[in-house]
Design a protein around this ligand. Sequence first.
Ligand SMILES: Nc1ncnc2c1ncn2[C@@H]1O[C@H](COP(=O)(O)OP(=O)(O)O)[C@@H](O)[C@H]1O
Ligand SMILES: [Mg+2]
Length: 254
Amino acid sequence: MLQLNSVCKNFGGLPALSDVSFNVPKGQLTALIGPNGAGKSTLINCITGVLTASSGSIIFQDKEIAELPAYEISRLGISRTFQNLRLFPRLSVLDNVLTGLTCKGGRSMLMAMLRLPYLRHRERQLKLRSLEALDRFGLSDKINWPAEVLAYGDKKRVELARATVGRPDLLLLDEPVAGLNGEETAAVGEQLKLLRRAGHTLLLVEHDMDLVMEIADQVVVLDSGRCIATGTPDEVRRNPLVLEAYLGRVEATA
Ligand SMILES: Nc1ncnc2c1ncn2[C@@H]1O[C@H](COP(=O)(O)OP(=O)(O)O)[C@@H](O)[C@H]1O
Ligand SMILES: [Mg+2]
């Protein structure tokens, strides 16, 4: 579904990504792991058009997207969450999730002002879908709350509801359970499994190794901007390069 070929990204001459190449197969969950500063968020930003890769190609469903702006990439069916939350603080939880549907439901201002019956019907549909998404993430009782008053874990879930409500072909999640407690992590983990079972393709950046090992079909390891290993969770776990670069360091600092 997604093919990265020799993707490079430099910040002021310093390489954050060097020659990163791997595939994200359709219908699978690919986990992207690596120590802090490895380039994981930078890669997600390049795929979604928040940043433009310095060189290399990014092919999504046979289309080159490396140079496209973020709104066009989102329209093609790629959705994401951010490592640092990006909700609209004053908007209600429901409105935040509705913004995840605007690219598909968008109509001209004139049509919206005319309030044609078709549009009213469409609005109801979008609202219903947003309510369903909020229900999936256990937020039904907070739909009218302004996003800013929510607890951190709830904010993370609103982001997940917003990212999934449009039923994207490819879903990129940047540390969706970071900062959540054990119970919340398990609940989000279950949701990710459900999404995977429903046929979504996912690329998941995650530090929680237990979660990654449990739910990933494929694991890609980045270290200092380079892809040092790709394989099944078991293969990656046994790879000496990975043990040294990643797991070793985690154990050493634990
Ligand atoms: N906007 C930016 N400007 C300059 N350097 C950046 C920027 N974003 C990330 N970096 C640098 O790129 C490297 C990779 O960062 P990042 O992608 O956030 O890593 P990760 O998500 O794996 O922790 C780091 O050295 C970071 O300091
Ligand atoms: Mg990051």
